[in-house]
Write a protein that binds this ligand. Structure first.
Ligand code: PMP
Length: 463
């Protein structure tokens, strides 16, 4: 339970504040209010230290797709722990879980992929993609072709390279990011950046033209790769305008720029297809996945690469004597075993079928709040959605103090037993893919109540 300053000195809450610095957290607010102590999870629910239940409406961090308490995943980890708890893939070593998982990923890849490289987080997978884009161009004798293009509003991670691809000011400010040679093109939000009267299709044409102009301005011979999520997640659940990727991809091909699809959120059924990119006809050169790969039960990520990239790595490592990249825990056997079991469960539980059946309910529910005075746009795809909150609905004016109202709505949801996540002033939801119709109806109902309660707070001047 969140508490006030009255907490006793040896409570978990006080000890938390004495010992921990929390990621992506308002550190001063945290010091005043303390943490929500989550002690247990079962199905779509988590429970706090007072035994209160919450629907986890964002699947943790968009990751716990199978919900909590899947004993099959625990058993898979236990079995692997006893068999071979840790080993690595360096220097010609291998082990069965990594081999099997790589094969499985290649078998379900949405476009032909040649090899899989394992890491531990989405950020590491994307850092690896940056390094491979550089390595690839070195192998091809194009040492000047190194710049990376991300998008404003895109999220690709938080390490020095992946954080530079991320296009969010809140992740750059005072961390001296982005690094030089990381560029950002337009955010694909038609609602936010479309001109008055401009159709989605016309907006997509304008964005594609802007991307091409950026490439020409910088010089195509300097640009290595373009990163995109099929639907932007942490940047505020931004669905691309109709036709967007159909226009972007030929431009990338024209200038020989690698396309890296970041499927860290969209992969494994979140949008209703195994890979989100399939909904938009993506044909990437590399694909990164994490989160849903192990249903968030253990840290593991993967990068799939095309045959052309593999061939370049192969040739280059022949010259250098070694492919000089890898993490101690690349393909960790326990994480890989859990990922394999996760992929089995997706199939056995017909998770894609559940998303297909219930996505209309969620999406209609999300849009049922579109007319609320605080909601500028209600949007989403599959089991992913968001409500963009605004001070003035018609003028689409953002709030003067960014993030405050989003947090108010988030808090009202939490007080009613639903955990959702405000990304600035965009309230987001990504229910576990095993959620039932009543779970979804409850999320939608609570969001309505929280919006009303927030409107009421604002009218009364409550902060
Ligand atoms: N890419 C995307 C699309 C993500 O949503 C995230 C995490 N929210 C990442 C990359 C980074 O993953 P991680 O936090 O595991 O490094």
């Amino acid at each position: 339970m969140q508490d006030s300053a009255a907490t006793t000195a040896n409570s978990d809450s006080a000890r938390d504040r004495a010992a921990l610095i929390h990621p992506m957290t308002d550190l001063q607010r945290h010091d005043r209010e303390g943490p929500l102590l989550v002690t247990r999870g079962e199905g779509v629910h988590v429970y706090d230290d007072d035994g209160n239940a919450y629907i986890e409406g964002v699947s943790g961090l968009w990751s716990v797709s199978l919900g909590f308490g899947q004993t099959r995943l625990a058993d898979a980890a236990y079995r692997q722990m006893r068999e071979l708890p840790s080993y690595h893939l360096f220097r010609h070593k291998s082990h069965p879980p990594a081999i099997r998982l790589a094969e499985r990923l290649l078998a379900i890849a949405p476009v032909p992929m040649s090899k899989v490289f394992f890491a531990n987080s989405g950020s590491e997978a994307n850092d690896t993609a940056v390094k491979l884009a550089w390595y690839y161009n070195n192998a091809l004798g194009r040492p000047g072709k190194k710049k990376i293009i991300g998008r404003i509003g895109g999220y690709h991670g938080i390490t020095v390279a992946s954080g530079s691809i991320t296009g969010l000011a809140r992740n750059h400010a005072d961390f001296d990011l982005p690094l030089p040679n990381f560029l950002h093109t337009d955010c694909p939000s038609h609602w936010k950046y479309g001109l008055p009267g401009e159709s989605e299709a016309a907006y997509a044409v304008r964005l594609a033209a802007n991307l091409e102009a950026l490439i020409l301005r910088e010089g195509p011979e300097t640009i290595a790769a373009f990163f995109a999520e099929p639907v932007i997640g942490s940047g505020g659940v931004i669905v691309p305008p109709a036709g967007y990727f159909d226009l972007i991809q030929p431009i990338l091909r024209k200038y020989d720029i690698l396309f890296i699809a970041d499927e860290v959120i969209c992969g494994f059924g979140r949008l209703g297809a195994m890979f989100g990119g399939s909904l938009y006809g993506l044909a990437p050169d590399m694909i990164t996945v994490a989160k849903g790969l192990s249903s968030g039960y253990l840290p593991i990520s993967a990068l799939m690469m095309s045959e052309a990239i593999w061939e370049a790595c192969y040739a280059q490592s022949g010259k250098l004597g070694v492919f000089g990249h890898g993490f101690t825990y690349s393909g960790h056997p326990v994480a890989a075993a859990v990922a394999l079991e996760t992929l089995d469960l997706y199939k056995e539980l017909d998770v894609l079928g559940n998303v297909a059946r219930l996505a209309p309910l969620l999406q209609q529910g999300i849009r049922s709040h579109a007319e609320h005075p605080l909601v500028g746009e209600a949007r989403g795809v599959g089991f992913l959605g968001g409500w963009e909150l605004v001070a003035d609905k018609t003028a689409k004016t953002p709030f003067a103090e960014p993030g405050r109202v989003g947090l108010m709505v988030e808090r009202h949801c939490q007080a009613r037993g639903v955990i959702l996540r405000a990304l600035g002033d965009i309230l987001s939801t990504a229910p576990p893919l095993i959620a039932t119709a009543p779970d979804i109806e409850r999320i939608v109902e609570v969001v309505g109540e929280a919006l009303d309660a927030t409107l009421d707070d604002l009218a009364r001047g409550v902060r």
